[in-house]
Each structure stands twice: as C-alpha cells, then as structure tokens.
Design a binder for this molecule. Structure first.
Ligand SMILES: *Cc1c(COP(=O)(O)O)cnc(C)c1O
Length: 382
C-alpha cells in the first residue's frame, strides 16, 4: 500500500543547481541571494519591502517587535492556529488573547476579536486559515477604529488574493513561513512583507542582533564600525536557503493553480456527500489551498474524529489535524488562565476536522483514492 502524505515539497534539479551556485560563490549568508529573494517576494506580493528571516516564527516575532509590542501589551490571535502565532507575543512579554473563529471559514471571527479589545490591546493577528484570506476588511475597520496594529500570519496563504490585492499586502506586516509543508519551502525560512520602510529597517536590524549595519553594507562601505541599538536575535536566512526559496517562488503560480484544481476535484466529489463538508470559500477571495480541510457530520457518521483519523491512516492516507485550539494547550492554560469552553466554535470544529492530502505533485487519481476511502468510511450515510 502506497502512503499518501498530507503534504510534500516539490523539488527538482533547479533547486539543486541554485544551491550549487551559492555554495561555489563563496557568499553563504547576507549576500546577493538574500537580496534577490527579498526583491522577488516583494515583487510577487506587490509589497514595497520583504525581509527574509530564519523561520515563520522569527517572522512573527520580528513583526511584533517592529511594532514596539512589549511587556503588558495584549495581542489578539485566533484559536485555530499554530502555537507560533501566540508565542511571538509571549517572546516579547506581551499577552496573547485568544479569539474564536468563524464556523464556516475557521479564520478569526472579527466580532469575537473586537469583543476582546481592552485598553492594553495593541494588535490583532489574523491567520489565513488553510490558505483562504480572512475577513481583512472587517479586521481593518476594527483596527482603524480602535487604533490597533494589524498583522497577518500568512504562513498558509502565499499565492492567495483578497479582491484585487495579493496576500502579503493585506496587513501592515505579513508573515510567511518556508517550512517544507508550506506553499513554497527553503527547508527553513521566513519572510515579512510590508509597505513601511521604517518597519522593514527595524526588522532587518532585529534579525541581525539589533546591529545597525549588515554585513553586505559594511562590505560595501569597507567599514568595521557597527552599533547595537536593539536587543535582536540571529534570525538571518542564509543565501543557501534564499536560493532555494527563490527557485520555488518562480514555480509558485503553477503550484497554486494545481492546488486549486485538486481542491476543485475534492469539492466536486464531496458535493454529493452530506456527511462531509469542505470549508466555505467567501466571495472575492482567491484561496491558496495550503490545506484541504473538511468538517465531518459526526452524528450522521456515528464515529468520532479520532476513529476517522485512524481509519484514513490505516489505508495509507496521512490526514492531519489543524489545529488543537490554543486554549487547550497546558502551557497557555497555566500562563494565561485559559481553558476548554472559551472558544466554542473552534472547539466544535476541532472535534470534526481533518486536513486531507493536498500538494502540487498529487495526481487526480490520488484525490480519487482519498474520496473513495472517504466513501467507504462514511458508509451508507454518504
Ligand atoms: C508554519 C506556521 C508558522 C511557523 O512557521 P515556521 O517556519 O515553522 O516557524 C506560524 N504560523 C502558522 C499559521 C504556520 O502554519
């Protein structure tokens, strides 16, 4: 039985060749491949600036740092996201405040977010769950009215669009990940896009120990001098990683198209089955289809999510769960005093979601295999 992963990176000789060139160039970090990758990310998204960092987590950390978020501040985050979204606030001494999600898209619910705003709230972080941009108009309206910063955790959504605007331009700062399961990968890596040159400059210092001059500039000016002006980190993305990222970015438009075709094939197959429902796609959004998430009607099926998870796995289909609601994690329960019951929509969704396999190299018959296994599990109720 062939194992079908839920996600798998696409690589070929183009990435190998790009790495070879960097290795033989002698410039392994802070060099021309970083600049070229940043320029290409800015051009692709339509943002003025792109800052490459070592991971999506570093991107979120740098973004909140650049906004001056710190001790005592509150940052509103969605319940259904990866832990890094909340941890970026915690790294800075700020408090993540967990908002419930929309039952149809599983993106942050703007009215739930607004209800959590206090006089300590500094920012809202929207996360484009599964690759569909969240309700940025509503979030923007709330942020403007309440005087808050708006940050996008766009780690799922590179290649997505909201009306005529590309993901990467929907919030003041937009964070991407280049982890192997994401829309493009560099092995590890991250990017923040923004139109704000001062914020970009602050993030470039933050990724380099808070030093005010980067190696490339020092090389250019032949200067030995630098000053440390912020407490930064070593969050640099190497030229080796950036060369892979740039090669992948050139392939992204084809991949987004292919992901959309595979998702449409799933949609068509599930349209006739009332015990399984894909997420709702809102008007005016272009979905990047990082994940293909379905919600099961457990009552109709008479099984729980764990049973379904194991049933797919038994047949070699590596489904996943995105995500355990943040308010369930022991660390946040202890540090933030949160717990089950706080985000009923996210918690109800968590009990009934699975992410089915979706990646550009998947074949139509791979989709058909997942669909036929689904039919089998959902039995006579399908
Ligand atoms: C992957 C991911 C991150 C973290 O990215 P890394 O590159 O793994 O650090 C953050 N938020 C979301 C929503 C993600 O999917």
């Amino acid at each position: 039985m062939q194992l079908l992963p839920y996600s798998q990176p696409s690589m070929n000789e183009a990435e190998v060749e790009a790495v070879r060139e960097v290795l033989l160039s002698g410039w392994l970090t802070g060099g021309p491949a970083v600049a070229a990758f940043e320029k290409a990310m800015a051009a692709y998204t339509g943002a003025a600036e792109a800052v490459a960092v070592s991971s999506g987590t570093a991107a979120l950390h740098a973004a909140l740092f650049a906004l001056g978020i710190g001790t005592g501040d509150e940052v509103i985050v969605p319940a259904l996201t990866f832990v890094a979204t909340a941890n970026a606030a915690l790294y800075l001494g700020a408090r993540p405040v967990i908002a419930d999600v929309d039952p149809e898209t599983l993106c942050i619910d703007p009215s739930a977010a607004e209800a959590l705003v206090t006089d300590r709230t500094r920012a809202i972080v929207g996360m484009d769950y599964a690759g569909q941009p969240c309700d940025w108009d509503a979030l923007n309206e709330i942020a403007t009215r309440k005087g808050l910063h708006l940050v996008a955790d766009a780690c799922h959504a590179l290649g997505g669009e909201y009306d005529t605007r590309k993901v990467g331009t929907l919030a003041t700062l937009n964070a991407f990940s280049l982890h192997p399961v994401k829309p493009i990968t560099a092995g590890e890596g991250g990017v923040v896009t923004t139109d704000d040159a001062a914020l970009a400059e602050r993030m470039r210092r933050f990724r380099n120990h808070g030093l005010n001059v980067e190696y490339a500039q020092r090389e250019k000016f032949g200067s030995w001098y630098y000053e440390m002006t912020d407490l930064g980190f070593n969050y640099r993305m190497s030229d080796i990683h950036c060369a892979i990222g740039l090669t992948q970015l050139n392939k992204l438009p084809d991949w987004v198209k292919r992901r959309g075709e595979l998702a449409a094939r799933y949609d068509a197959a599930f349209a006739g089955m009332n015990s399984v429902a894909p997420l709702v796609l809102r008007k005016g959004r272009k979905h990047a289809y990082h994940l293909y998430v379905v919600q099961f009607d457990l009552e109709a099926i008479g099984r729980d999510r764990q049973w379904l998870f194991e049933a797919y796995r038994r047949e070699g289909i590596n489904v996943q769960v995105h995500y355990i609601p943040l308010n369930y994690h022991p660390y946040y329960r202890e540090k933030l005093g949160v717990g089950p019951g706080q985000c009923p929509v996210a918690e109800r969704a968590y009990d009934r979601i699975l992410s089915l396999p979706l990646f550009p190299d998947m074949t139509d018959s791979d989709v058909d295999r997942v669909v036929s296994v689904s039919h089998g599990h959902l039995g006579g109720t399908a």
